[in-house]
Design a protein around this ligand. Sequence first.
Ligand code: IMP
Length: 426
Amino acid sequence: MPATVVVGTQWGDEGKGKLTDLLAKDMRLVVRYQGGHNAGHTIVVEGESFALQLIPSGVLYSHTVPVIGNGVVVDPAVLLAECDMLEARGVDTSRLVVSGNAHLIMPYHYEIDRATERALGKNALGTTKRGIGPAYADKAARIGLRVQDLLDEKIFREKLEVVVREKNTMLAKVYNRLSLDLEEISDLYLNELAPRISPMIGDTVSIVHEALDAGENVMLEGAQATFLDLDHGTYPFVTSSNPTAGGACVGTGIGPRDISRVVGIAKAYVTRVGSGPFPTELEGELAELLVERGHEYGTNTGRRRRPGWLDTVMLRQAARINSLSEIALTKLDVLSDLEEVKICVAYEVDGERLTRLPYHQSVLHRVKPIYETLPGWTDDLSAATSVADLPDSAQAYLRCIEEHVGVPITYVGVGPGREQFVQFHR
Ligand code: IMP
């Protein structure tokens, strides 16, 4: 059975956690393929809220095997803390498998993330300061430490000594920061973290292929989103990995022919955290209303998200880049009680109408959204369980999105709970 990819289609925080949890019900494996604990997934099960950063959403089902693929960057201390948190709440984490090829986030990555953001001043990217970018930079520079290095003290020490020397020189000479202690890092990783992480390390490429060969359902869970993608996002205001569907192949070790379904998660409006262009951004009363009603504050960092109207120019681009087979639209309930709702269908720049994302990003900073305005609805959608429960104007809103994006909407989220969704076209 070929795999299903779940990918964010905007700037993250689309509610992927809830959807992956929903789809995980039918999955044998749920595999994270990129990013690290910069992600934050909230899943509400029977009124109880679980905030996950690293462990795939599937962990909450006893029949799924959660896998952290080779494309992920792992802070082992964070991973263990998350396991402990879940265990304390009665969730069994013993099935978790972590790729030996995944790279480790080290203490100097946090320092460098903070120092570079500070040095960028007003041009700062607004990173989560979790060391993600510096860890991927070391991976590309071939000086990263991998999860499997925790299994060999000699190799770990040899690599660490070289890297810590280089990082300390950089921290002191370039950023005027204090040096990090090699022995302290070595002791933490080798003596405290490695003994607990070692049993989780496995050959995740084989695990994924064996499941596919056995005809089992496999889900590849993306973190962040299409427009935070290192190659396809609004660079440099992006994350340092490839959340797009292509990244799912590299980050798990499968080929494109092993994927048959790509579910794009889109929020019924758009939010963005951190800096960067955002054509449909809203300000004022309506912005506050969406932020408060949608609880648009980062799961991990608590940062307020910037809100805006849904943008189908971006969604069309996301549909192409990820070859979306369907869209799951989340948080439709947040738009209730508005007199009218808007959908951006094109951009206007220098008197021209653009229906595609401009390739030159400085143009994206100047575009003005062209909106289609639809009547709103006053009904509370949170108890809707079928399309018939959705008011006509909400259905019209969904159909308008489908028309402009050219991809069917299958699921519609109407509240944070696991059961709060409507199947639209499935
Ligand atoms: P980094 O991933 O910490 O390097 O941050 C780079 C950019 O990606 C910043 O604008 C972050 O706000 C954004 N970002 C990273 N992870 C997430 C996420 O899970 N949701 C939304 N934005 C994110």
